[in-house]
Design a protein around this ligand. Structure first.
Ligand code: HEM
Length: 303
């Protein structure tokens, strides 16, 4: 199935622009803000991977929170602003770096990039004035997982009070050569969500303002976990979450301490690539390498 994809990474970036506009900015997750902090790995992390940022030694991190869509000024309280993004860059002593790019939903709307392309174009064709049933209505009628994704998003009180999921599976290998398949989870200190009514009453920059105020007073903390697959779990389909009952290994603590320099130059220089990973971690879901070809196209376009 994955060898016979119809659309290439460039087609996906074009589909994002067709749907959200070309704004000389990130093709998607365009509105956002980044923060500086540290990551301290747990002892258990080193038992399941030899990856160097997970070996009992702290690293610096940059974390960028974002809203969905490629619309630069999307209101934080708009429906399509969900899911939120959390991208993290670990910067090690030798100044090498590794990235994780996740979002606030435990799953992806589609099983592969071709279907994501078709979902995007169906959204593009279903704007104001589109005849019913719209292209999106038709897509969702035949793709129930995408429908669940679009209609059951959690509404965060803060970027700091919602969980984020890596969604695509990686293979971890430890120093003894033993491997397992994992998906990342970032769990907030406290989950705080809004009702639909509270959400509607928020203003367009409520998340941006909240997180700036919050971090000026106290650090923002997430616990990072690896959810471990069992033999029966599907590795190459990010639209299906693994059961909640799966074992989770605590990987370490992310502590964000201050708003980073969000200058235009710093923002242009900052990018995350899902397969930027050290020895001890490998992509296990083909979407990871696909994404990793699409992101640099957007990075280049926004310089
Ligand atoms: C085939 C699937 C996907 C495609 C084609 C795609 C494409 C892109 C592109 C082109 C960018 C802009 C990169 C930049 O300019 O720096 C981006 C950013 C982003 N994507 Fe994806 N993506 C895909 C899947 C995912 C998945 C599965 C997640 C979450 C688990 C995700 C979360 C994000 C986030 C959070 C950002 C913003 C990163 C930042 O803050 O710089 N994407 N994506």
């Amino acid at each position: 199935q994955h060898d016979t994809l119809k659309y290439d990474p460039k087609d996906l970036v074009t589909a994002l622009h067709t749907t959200f506009g070309e704004h000389h900015a990130r093709a998607v997750h365009t509105k956002g803000l980044f923060f500086d902090g540290t990551f301290s790995p747990s002892k258990d992390a080193a038992a399941i991977t030899k990856a160097k940022h997970l070996q009992n030694k702290s690293s610096n991190v940059i974390v960028r929170f974002s809203d969905f869509t490629g619309i630069p000024d999307i209101p934080d309280n708009a429906g399509p602003a969900n899911p939120r993004g959390m991208a993290i860059k670990f910067i090690m002593d030798d100044s090498s770096a590794t990235d994780i790019v996740g979002h606030s939903f435990n799953g992806f709307p589609t099983e592969n990039s071709d279907q994501f392309h078709d979902l995007l174009l169906s959204i593009a064709r279903s704007g104001e004035g589109a005849l019913k049933p719209t292209a999106l209505d038709s897509f969702l009628a035949t793709h129930p997982i995408a429908k669940t994704f679009l209609t059951t998003q959690k509404l965060p009180a803060s970027y700091a009070t919602i969980a984020y999921f890596g969604v695509n599976a990686f293979k971890f290998t430890n120093r003894k050569g033993k491997s397992c398949y994992i998906r990342y989870q970032f769990i907030p200190e406290e989950e705080k969500l809004l009702t639909a009514q509270e959400y509607n009453n928020k203003d367009a920059d409520y998340l941006i303002n909240e997180i700036k105020n919050r971090i000026a007073k106290k650090p923002v903390v997430f616990k990072m976990y690896a959810q471990i697959a069992e033999n029966i779990d599907v590795i190459d389909n990010p639209s299906v979450a693994w059961p909640n009952t799966r074992r989770k290994v605590f990987l370490g603590t992310v502590t964000l301490t201050r708003l980073a320099d969000n200058s235009e130059a710093a923002d242009k220089a900052l990018f995350f690539i899902p397969n930027n990973i050290p020895a001890g971690i490998e992509p296990a879901d083909p979407m990871i390498d696909f994404r990793s070809k699409a992101y640099p196209i957007s990075v280049k376009e926004r310089q």
